[in-house]
Ligand binder design. Sequence first.
Ligand code: TRP
Ligand code: SF4
Length: 328
Amino acid sequence: MTTRKRVLSGMRPTGPLHLGNYHGALANWVEMQDAYDCFFFIADWHALTSDYENTGRISDYVKSMMIDWLSAGLTPDKCTMFVQSHIKEHAELFLLLSMITPVPWLERNPTYKDQIVQMESKDLSTFGFLGYPVLQAADIIIYKADAVPVGVDQVPHVEITREIARRFNYFYGNIFPEPDAILTQTPKVLGIDRRKMSKSYNNAIFLSDPPEEVAKKVSRMITDPNRARKSDPGDPDICNVFSFHQIYSDPEKVRRIDVQCRAAEIGCVDCKKIMAESLVNAMAPMRDRRIYYEKRPGEVADIIIAGGEKARQEARKTMEEVRMALKI
Ligand code: TRP
Ligand code: SF4
């Protein structure tokens, strides 16, 4: 029997994953597979909370997200991967939890308030969007997760999850552990225009970009904005290309570039070429796994089915306890 702590996390399938997503979440997940009993799921119902008008692309995004995950190094040998909508028990628990969740808990959720303002082009005044953290709570506690790796913006959701679990336990008996949020470090890379890397800013390097595309994007990257000419000394500390070097190039090279840049002994064009090479090398294992799985859609489908079966078994067990506790 396993005594490893259970970890659960999810991602909304809203498009291809980029290096920001990798360093902000996926890389941590890949590491956690070895130490924890991990459940990772694609939150397709959550994608509906903001994209309910255009649902056509969600199922393609689900498939491509699974390939992104597998190429990043998640493996069904070590973790359970599944799709939220395949496990209808999430919806049942969501319904039951919604009965005991006070609306003010949802209304004062800072992520809720932020997103309403940020996504003003969308009408988010729906019941589903307000209740999103209740669905998230169901996702988490149905597997009795001990810990949930998330970014800062999701911490309030884990906090609401703890409150809902506590309230449930108070009413109906001790069934759910209160999960801890594990804060994943913020992504270490910016987009090629120095803003936060984001699909919607058109500044992202995707895990699926082939080497030529990576090199092209790197060549367009904004460097030290104060360095106009090659003869001007540069400042690596404010250069995003240098941040990439620090992650992907070997330390000896990084030290050399640091010195040469400050002395105007290396130009940005050459510096980027070196960085692109390091980055392409670092992405090569991902690329190989992607090519493997893209050729084998049946294998990917089987991974999703098998993960779903494992998850469903756990979810069913919990729901039996829940129905018993509620006497329904
Ligand atoms: N809300 C999360 C996000 O937008 C995705 C998510 C849904 C999730 N359910 C979850 C994350 C459960 C952790 C645990 O990123
Ligand atoms: Fe950045 Fe490299 Fe140009 Fe220096 S030489 S500013 S580190 S790209």
